[in-house]
Design a binder for this molecule. Structure first.
Ligand SMILES: C[S@@+](CC[C@H](N)C(=O)[O-])C[C@H]1O[C@@H](n2cnc3c(N)ncnc32)[C@H](O)[C@@H]1O
Length: 275
């Protein structure tokens, strides 16, 4: 990958301070770490549990919904020949304003309206991309960007990538099976999916999706669906994958617990062919 020259520390520090909201805590070198909503410890644990191949030499990697780019920068570090982030939704918002709105609605127990109908929605200028841009410049990274809605984009333009990351995105999709089919269409070898998931004790063998019509999941109006493990694994075949590897399924205590639905984060790899 063609990397650029890393920026100097003072300049990086100034640029980092201009970003109103960071999702990822990124180590930009020179002792500068962004104060992301996801801490470095959380990201290290997520990285460990998603089981991204340690050696990505000669591989191409697409990070769909990559936001500030932590996982894409990691793929670059692991030697990938080409890495790109596709994002659109969070990048379209003034994230400082969005975060204040979200916290305010939560404090008042007031359901937020759709973010793309709020005054902080600016898809023309993409203010929410500032974090990714800043980190990419600071790191001298060659990670590419695609500023498109993955659900609307022409898949010919996206291309086909050896490894696809689909982390924390599936539950945001209004139509998750269609989304997974699109993910399947851009994957050559393997997709790594991380998602909110449910356990409904007694129904683990039924393929079920739980629907959130409002802000029931995390007070977030952009969350729609969470599958159980049978539904997630079951969706991968119609999405074009020949097999699924469950990296993180439900805990036994949840499956055996009373009541429900219980929630957790599932990690499943969808695999094509012999890889
Ligand atoms: C919960 S964040 C996950 C960010 C990152 N992948 C992670 O795991 O930390 C969901 C991301 O998906 C992006 N996203 C949601 N819908 C999208 C779409 N249709 N096309 C592209 N990106 C989308 C959002 O903008 C946001 O960056």
């Amino acid at each position: 990958m063609r990397r650029r020259k890393r920026l100097g520390n003072k300049m990086v520090q100034n640029l980092v301070e201009e970003v109103p909201f960071w999702w990822h805590s990124l180590d930009l070198g020179g002792g500068i770490v962004t104060s992301g909503f996801k801490s470095q410890a959380t990201l290290a644990q997520e990285l460990d549990s998603i089981n991204m191949p340690r050696d990505l030499t000669d591989k191409t990697v697409l990070d769909i919904g990559g936001w500030d780019g932590f996982f894409a920068f990691e793929a670059e570090k692991r030697g990938a020949a080409r890495v790109a982030v596709v994002d659109h939704y969070q990048w379209s918002m003034d994230l400082g304003e969005w975060w204040r709105y979200w916290q305010d609605c939560r404090a008042r127990n007031f359901p937020p309206g759709p973010y793309h109908e709020q005054p902080f929605w600016h898809p023309d200028t993409m203010p929410g991309k500032l974090g990714f841009d800043t980190a990419r410049n600071a790191l001298g990274s060659g990670v590419e960007e695609m500023t498109v809605d993955f659900m609307e984009a022409d898949l010919q333009d996206i291309g086909v990538w050896d490894v696809v990351l689909y982390l924390g995105v599936l539950y945001h999709m209004e139509d998750p099976l269609r989304a997974l089919k699109r993910v399947g269409a851009v994957t050559r070898e393997r997709v790594i999916i991380e998602t909110e998931a449910v356990v409904i004790p007694g129904y683990e063998h039924e393929a079920l999706w739980r629907f959130f019509p409002g802000n029931e999941l995390n007070h977030d109006v952009s969350n729609w669906w969470a599958p159980n493990i049978a539904a997630l694994v079951g969706a991968l075949q119609p999405a074009g994958f020949s097999r699924a590897e469950v990296m993180l399924g439900p805990a036994r205590e949840q499956v055996e617990a009373d009541g429900g639905p219980h929630h957790y984060r599932a990690i499943v790899h969808g695999i094509k062919g012999p890889h």
